[in-house]
Ligand binder design. Structure first.
Ligand SMILES: [Zn+2]
Length: 277
């Protein structure tokens, strides 16, 4: 499943390739995605220009110059690909939407499992949209800080890993980055959330930001014309310290323990029993 760094990478990719371009043609092949696509989607966006692209949580927001915003969620298996019309075009199965741009590029939405969605919203009402309005702070903003986290954990006995993956506490920290951040912060994933000290909250906030920023940086340098995002991005995996590393030695030179795997809320969690308290 694409996580926040991947979605940020895709947003930046769309912006760098399609900003200020006009939409010349729209082809919808399937509307029955997770939420049904607007029956007048094509007409509503035709002949408009993309004037900005941003991201909120795992939603890609493509802002058009007619007051509408396209909201894209990649779901479990969604991808965005941008092809040059002039080159030999790469065909993808499960392409549900194609948008032809004035710069001879074509943006496609591909999603085999169709848990993703493509919606339209008035740009000025985006913060009131049902999918957006209840979202917690972005992890990379100043709103997400040690005081905020410490207060958010008060009275919560659930494990800290589930809490930082809770979209009502902070958005966009998925399973992989939760394990990685907790390792960096030296906190066991199954610790009760309310047991974290202010110092540990500080370490965890910093670790989350660091892990996400690093991944965005790596992703951002790997964009090419054909595959902006893929649910299983190899280039992020290279960097993992604990995720998927069960049985491997801990990366800390002074530690001789092996990485363990436990299941928390039906998701695999990886940690070092020696380094994480
Ligand atoms: Zn260790």
């Amino acid at each position: 499943m694409p996580e926040l760094p991947e979605v940020e990478t895709v947003s930046q990719g769309i912006k760098s390739k399609l900003l200020n371009c006009k939409i010349n043609k729209v082809l919808v092949k399937r509307r029955d995605l997770r939420f049904k696509m607007d029956s007048k989607f094509e007409q509503k966006i035709l002949n408009t220009k993309i004037y900005d692209v941003s991201r909120r949580a795992k939603y890609i927001l493509i802002h058009l110059n007619n007051g509408l915003t396209i909201i894209i969620h990649l779901g479990m298996s969604g991808r965005i690909a941008i092809d040059s019309l002039s080159s030999s075009e790469k065909k993808f199965k499960h392409t549900h939407l194609e948008i032809f741009m004035s710069n001879k590029k074509k943006m496609k939405f591909i999603d085999p499992r169709r848990f993703g969605s493509v919606l339209l919203c008035e740009t000025e009402n985006i913060d009131k949209h049902k999918l957006i309005k209840n979202l917690a702070p972005e992890p990379l903003t100043v709103k997400f800080n040690k005081t905020y986290l410490f207060l958010a954990l008060k009275g919560r006995s659930a494990d800290i890993k589930s809490i930082i993956m809770n979209q009502f506490i902070v958005v966009g920290v998925g399973n992989i980055y939760a394990s990685e951040s907790l390792y960096k912060a030296k906190i066991k994933p199954n610790r009760s959330a309310k047991s974290l000290s202010p110092l540990e909250c500080d370490r965890l906030v910093k670790s989350i930001k660091k892990v996400l920023k690093r991944s965005i940086k790596l992703g951002g340098s790997s964009i090419n014309d054909y595959s902006l995002v893929d649910g299983n991005l190899g280039f992020f995996q290279r960097e993992f310290e604990v995720y998927g590393k069960e049985g491997k030695f801990c990366t800390k030179k002074t530690c001789h323990s092996r990485i363990l795997r436990i299941v928390i809320a039906q998701r695999s969690s990886f940690y070092c029993d020696n380094c994480q308290k």
